[in-house]
Design a protein around this ligand. Structure first.
Ligand code: FAD
Length: 381
């Protein structure tokens, strides 16, 4: 069995699949582009220049029986059951599989002109480091953050707090944090104001230039560094492989998380289009982690000739850091619409930090066959 991508969803899938198939001789190999785990939840902290300890994938996988292969996946051939890898030393090789879990995450949607050439993104750890280095060079100037979703809000707040000498402008089509309830959003607005973030609501960027962004209507905002966070799409590897994908390039899966066109391929996390009662899930760790666990269960059931169970998921929260000294957590209904309750201030900071720090303890629990209780609540696995 091959698991592609050692992020939140792929690590869960690999560790659990190894455990569930150990007795029947299952062999699991995890492929990842880098030997360290990318803490995607903290990429805005990386962009702001905060040092984060690198986490070794090999260490997290020690004792699980999962074999780790470092290489960049460049192509997938589901008809032959093969994956092509580019090695870090420049070589190329092909790995075969009988079952595949595709968990390569997503990349920034760069369909707006100029984004590819002139904007910074969060496609990987190195992209966030590049932005941080650019900001180090600026003693004054403007950073434009495009996108008022939670990633854009967290980034604008973090950059404003750590780089108070820079002007930070958050440009968004709607309002920042528009998915939150009125009260949590009002808190978020006040916090951005306190941090000095200039918010341009109801504004769409139509072009990114080397030294600014152009808005619908022609207005130009000067920018010394533009961060693009408006949306994500699946990697072209999935589309080019012939797997059925949706309009965002995500692999369309059935209720057991198998590709609808190639049932030997399972897809999870940001890379998958997973339908629930409320519609297609959007990319979050919150959904990616239980999906990774569920795919491993589906796979193990299938290998034993059993019918895999349907994946059920409901959102619980929208956790949003507002720099290191503030946060707001909007609790949600299963379909991600806001409930009345939300947390702010110190309790919210603590809540968000526990979430961000929970991956490694969770990997450890999984090694021992323990699935954290909250995941039962989310998924019923
Ligand atoms: C700043 C920020 C804050 C966020 N905050 C939250 C939050 O608070 N809560 C929440 O639920 N979600 C949050 N998210 C979203 C969350 O990070 C993603 O939904 C989650 O990381 C998806 O997990 P994944 O395993 O599908 O993909 P990833 O975590 O992106 O993992 C993909 C893995 O695949 C590897 N990979 C990619 N391409 C290749 C290749 N070609 N070959 C080999 N390996 C490859 C990568 O190196 C990576 O290890 C945040 C995102 C950002 C950017």
């Amino acid at each position: 069995m091959l698991v592609l991508g050692g992020g939140y969803a792929g690590m869960m899938a690999a560790i659990r699949a190894a455990r569930l198939t150990r007795k029947t001789g299952g062999k699991v190999t995890l492929v990842n582009a880098s030997p360290t785990f990318t803490e995607r939840l903290r990429l805005h902290q990386t962009a702001a220049g905060q040092p984060l300890a690198p986490r070794s994938l090999a260490e997290s996988l020690a004792g699980t029986g999962v074999r780790l292969e470092i290489g960049r996946v460049t192509a997938l051939d589901p008809a032959r059951g093969q994956v092509r890898l580019a090695d870090p030393d420049g070589g190329e090789r092909v790995l075969g599989y009988d079952k595949l879990v595709y968990a390569l995450g997503a990349v920034t949607d760069t369909s707006v002109p100029g984004v590819d050439d002139h904007a910074y993104t969060y496609d990987d750890h190195e992209s966030a480091v590049r932005l941080s280095r650019r900001l180090d060079d600026l003693t004054r100037g403007t950073v434009v953050v495009a996108g008022g979703g939670l990633t854009g809000v967290e980034s604008a707040a973090e950059l404003a707090e750590t780089r108070p000498h820079l002007r930070v402008v958050l440009v968004t089509r709607g309002r920042p944090g528009s998915m939150m309830g009125e009260s949590a959003r009002a808190y978020l607005d006040a916090s951005l104001e306190r941090l000095g973030v200039e918010v341009r609501s109801g504004a769409a960027v139509t072009k990114v230039l080397p030294d600014g962004v152009e808005l619908e209507g022609g207005e130009l905002i000067h920018s010394d560094a533009t961060l693009w966070t408006t949306g994500i799409k699946g990697l072209s590897i999935a589309t080019e492989s012939g797997l059925t994908v949706d309009a965002q390039g995500r692999i369309v899966v059935d209720s057991a998380l198998r590709s609808v066109s190639h049932p030997d391929v399972y897809a999870v996390g940001d890379a998958a289009a997973i339908t629930q009662k409320f519609g297609v899930m959007h990319g979050t760790c919150q959904g990616g982690i239980p999906a990774g666990l569920h795919a491993a269960g589906s796979l193990a059931a299938t290998l034993q000739g059993k019918e895999p169970a349907a994946f059920r998921f409901g959102y619980v929260h929208q956790p949003t850091s507002l720099g290191r000294r503030d946060a707001v957590i909007q609790f949600t209904h299963q379909d991600d619409t806001p409930r009345r309750w939300y947390l702010t201030g110190r309790a919210a900071i603590r809540y968000k930090e526990v979430l961000c720090a929970s991956s490694f303890p969770t990997f450890k629990l999984l090694k021992r066959g323990l699935v954290p209780v909250w995941m039962f609540r989310l998924t019923g696995i």
